[in-house]
Design a binder for this molecule. Sequence first.
Ligand SMILES: [Zn+2]
Length: 348
Amino acid sequence: MRAFYHPDQSLHDPLQYMRFGQIVAPKDIPERTQKLLGALKTRGVTPDQPAPHGSAAARAVHTADYLRFLETCWDRWAHLPERGPEVWPNTFPYWSGRPEERARPACPAEGLIGQAGWYLGDLSVPMGPKSWLSIVRSCDTAVSGADAVAAGERAVYALCRPSGHHARADRASGFCYINNTAAAAQRLTSRFGKIAVLDVDAHHGDGTQQIFYTRDDVLTISIHADPVNYYPFYTGYAAERGHGAGRGFNLNLPLAHGAAGDAMTKAVDDASAAIRTFGADALVVALGYDAHALDPIGVLKLEAHDFATIGAQVRALDLPTLVVQEGGYAVDVIGDCLAAFLDGWNPA
Ligand SMILES: [Zn+2]
């Protein structure tokens, strides 16, 4: 499987993360990429460096005011007379968060603190001096992957970091800033008619859902731990089926906390049936490993070999496929999970 990755993606090095009322060590650490690159090496895959693609792919799925904030906030922050080590909000506007709610208007406040609360949706998305560069390169990786699939590659892996699937059109959250999966899926719509997005990260792909929620040309499916007591809490329920023209083109398959590989296998089978019924022309797999039993913020009980089953299942769909890296924070096992996925896709 061809792969893409840019070394600048490891420069994003967050310092703070709020969990259970405490500032703790971040989970999205640069070491994650080293583990995933190591797994690729064991399978003989050398990633290509993505070309710089400019901002068109991000602008196709995000608002201009949001992207402008992300691009400029560090420099503005650095000029504050008194400040912490990275851009971190201390206010959160009232907002329903319903998936059918499209992007909000641009933030009415001109000041940085007000805008930080508007555009950084929680305390897992600090912006440091190199964050924007990593965010742009991560999107470049996804776009290069999409373009390779559009040019005829049967399967491509985009080693994206930071992740993207929690990023809404106008808001960062959950370690995510630009929605790489959505940008890639949108990019593929110009080459293929109907795109299916299958998200198997342990968290609901709420940003991807919101971006395509009123569309009937992109089927979004997310398999994740039940959000009733798990991030992102407010979306990811089975009743969310899409809105307007998109009604019926979003599918959420929540898993009970503690569920293991057999439950994931069943859910991927159900998702596969929906993808076939939809008649997808191409597939984007949002691949996270935080369903692994050892994940430090996980509640599911998959083992590394379960990702081989997922790989075999998505290959059986027999579609041009882009695999986009999302979460997975147990640094000692995420390489095994990726290697297993590749083995399942391409059995020896
Ligand atoms: Zn996740």
